[in-house]
Design a protein around this ligand. Structure first.
Ligand SMILES: C[S@@+](CC[C@H](N)C(=O)[O-])C[C@H]1O[C@@H](n2cnc3c(N)ncnc32)[C@H](O)[C@@H]1O
Length: 273
């Protein structure tokens, strides 16, 4: 007879969302997707690269390896806690900017390549952020960004359990994460902002993350969802965890949960003048 756990795994994770993000989200999800993005973009040796919505800096770090010692890399994010972790885990030569993507404290035409992984879907004003991106790109410079969605089944299971045990606010965050996956919408956003040679690609990326009960808390405690669950008492956390484990059982494979994540990758060029 199986007995339900009486304590949750909530306390296993650090109080800092940014530290959890770097320790759990980046190795399982952020880095495989960042590698795909940097490979697709192919930063030139000696190039000047900006990572927008850099979070804890995984794209900036991979770009630094790609551009080599003659290249320069900067990261920009609106969240100072994410930037603090980025500074701690990255080479000193990366320059960090704390600012919204819609208003970059960066001169015109100083980058050859702008990258943005898993960020654009959150921007309140995507058109303004893309126009800023165009402004900071040198003539013939490129942007390459990627966003996930539609929502994978594993996240659907977590979303349903969070909605039941925490409330609809939790669902709004997860819906936002997977909100920008339509190829026509992406093309229109880019062309409206003024990009040339826009290309949109969709692909499926297989990811292996922690088993459900751990993945739940790793994800929740790495993101703004942490605030939504902070007031749950331990009984409610146990109930939430049990429900996620039950709903996610179909996605367990050995010591991992598996999910195929659809990913939109979008490229555009600033006209050469
Ligand atoms: C899911 S994280 C992605 C971080 C990183 N690119 C990665 O792949 O690990 C999304 C990031 O977008 C940032 N962000 C959200 N809205 C932003 C905005 N308007 N301007 C700049 N950064 C923003 C958040 O602070 C967060 O660090």
């Amino acid at each position: 007879m199986s007995t339900r756990p009486t304590t949750s795994r909530y306390e296993k994770y650090a109080a800092s969302s940014a530290e959890n993000y770097e320790r759990y989200f980046v190795p399982a999800i952020g880095e495989p997707i960042a590698r795909r993005l940097v490979d697709a973009a192919g930063p030139a040796s000696g190039g000047r690269v900006l990572d927008v919505a850099c979070g804890t800096g995984i794209v900036a770090r991979l770009a630094t390896e790609a551009v080599g010692p003659e290249g320069t890399v900067a990261g920009l994010d609106a969240n100072p806690a994410m930037l603090d972790v980025a500074r701690n885990v990255s080479p000193d030569r990366i320059v960090w900017h704390e600012a919204p993507a819609e208003n970059m404290p960066i001169p015109d035409a100083v980058f050859d390549l702008v990258l943005c992984s898993l960020g654009l879907q959150f921007f309140p004003d995507k058109d303004r952020a893309l126009r800023e991106t165009l402004r900071v790109l040198a003539p013939s410079g490129r942007v390459v960004w990627c966003t996930p969605g539609p929502i994978p089944s594993l996240f659907e299971a977590i979303d349903q359990a969070l909605t039941k045990h925490v409330g609809p606010g939790a669902s709004m965050f997860i819906r936002a994460v997977f909100s920008l996956h339509d190829a026509v919408e992406a093309q229109t956003l880019m062309e409206t902002a003024g990009f040339d040679a826009v290309e949109v690609e969709t692909a499926s990326v297989p990811l292996r993350v922690a088993p459900p009960a751990d993945f739940l808390w790793q994800y929740v405690r790495s993101t703004p969802l942490a605030a939504a669950v902070a007031d749950l008492d331990e009984r409610a956390r146990v109930a939430l965890e049990a429900e996620v484990a039950e709903r996610s059982a179909p996605f367990v494979d050995g010591d991992a949960s598996v999910m195929d994540t659809r990913l939109l990758t979008v490229t555009g060029t600033r006209e050469g003048k």
